[in-house]
Design a protein around this ligand. Structure first.
Ligand code: UDP
Ligand code: MG
Length: 325
């Protein structure tokens, strides 16, 4: 096999506190561990600034000036983690033989990258980084994540358990991935759909090196709802079955009420009224909500809006693979 060009894509949103360490460690990996695995000298880091409001972009610019293996992409505003990843991968695709995505906060073990490349050289097109232990995550995060992936599995969405967005994709996988033009992307569900030869590399997840999680509860919840509704119509089906069962129950109650009526039993009915009003009201609202969720998705997808907007793309001047803009 010839030497391969690797691009390491790093989404960064308000990561000024960690960037220095991230760049140092990833450059180290790129220049040593990767070189041992047939990764060419011209391989680069691509730092994607996802509309940060702190000094993330200035720091990225500084490293671009300083190191020729650092390149940067500035999105015009905050588009979200998944879109930042796609922006980086699409940008890197034309000049890369393979791409590795890794979070900026160093929770993923940079040393696993060498293992990824060993697998890549063995012929795997997709290498998933899988967390061995989640002890460094909070009890809450661990358990909500487990529930979410369990639910996804039951709804028929294939994901790799304990895998986040730390992975290697070969060029031919990227070529296929970009054909999925949906606006609402959930890479953890999309990539297993692509097929190809894949494998896992286990690593220990560390704590965030510095800074705070960019996934507060509200974002996590939105991520979960989007993940489910982008990949599965099971919730609509559940609502349909629920509706049908309630019609059945309603019919039985109707028969019972008529019998009572003809037997002359006067039913005061307050309890049953209140119960049905609340129960049915709740079910109907939920059903409308679920349907609305999908209509909302259709509405968004029909507009074919871009998934991200690039404001600036920078490479070091010594590196002439593409022009500074
Ligand atoms: N991130 C991003 N855009 C966002 C939110 C997060 O690019 O809108 C990046 C962030 O800088 C980090 C990665 O996505 O590199 C994962 O975010 P974080 O570590 O905050 O998530 P957690 O590990 O807490 O789930
Ligand atoms: Mg993190």
């Amino acid at each position: 096999m010839n030497e391969q060009i690797l691009t390491i894509v790093v989404p960064c949103y308000n990561e000024e506190a960690v960037l220095k360490e991230t760049v140092t460690r990833l450059r180290g990996v790129l220049m040593h561990a990767c070189r041992e695995q047939l990764i060419a000298k011209g391989s680069t880091l691509l730092l994607v600034d996802d509309g940060s409001s702190d000094h993330t972009w200035e720091i990225i610019e500084h490293y671009i000036e300083e190191y020729k293996e650092v390149t940067g992409l500035k999105l015009s505003r905050n588009f979200g983690h998944q879109n930042a990843l796609i922006a980086g991968m699409e940008t890197a695709r034309p000049y890369s033989d393979c791409v590795i995505t890794i979070d900026a906060d160093l929770q993923d073990d940079v040393n696993a990258i060498k293992q990824f490349l060993i697998k890549y050289n063995e012929g795997f097109d997709i290498v998933y980084g899988v967390r061995d232990k989640r002890e460094t995550d909070t009890f809450f995060k661990r358990n909500t994540a487990r529930m979410f992936y369990g639910l996804m599995g039951h709804l028929g969405v294939k994901t790799v358990p304990n895998h986040a967005d730390f992975r290697l994709l070969s060029r031919r996988v990227l070529d296929e991935l970009i054909k999925y033009q949906e606006e609402n992307i959930f890479l953890r569900g999309m990539i297993p759909l692509l097929g190809f030869k894949s494998t896992k590399v286990y690593y220990n997840r560390a704590e965030r090196f510095a800074g705070e999680s960019k996934y507060p509860l509200k974002k996590m919840l939105n991520f979960a709802v989007d993940g489910i509704t982008s990949f599965s119509i099971a919730p609509i089906r559940i609502v349909t079955y629920l509706g049908a069962s309630i019609v059945g129950i309603g019919f039985l109650i109707g028969v019972y009420a008529l019998i009572q009526h003809f037997l002359g039993h006067v039913v005061t009915g307050w309890t049953s009224m209140i119960l049905s009003i609340w129960l049915l009201g709740g079910i109907q609202l939920t059903a409308i909500g679920v349907i609305g969720e999908y209509i909302g998705k259709i509405f968004k997808e029909t507009k074919h809006r871009p998934r991200y907007i690039i404001e600036k793309q920078l490479v070091a001047s010594k590196n002439n693979r593409f022009e500074k803009q």
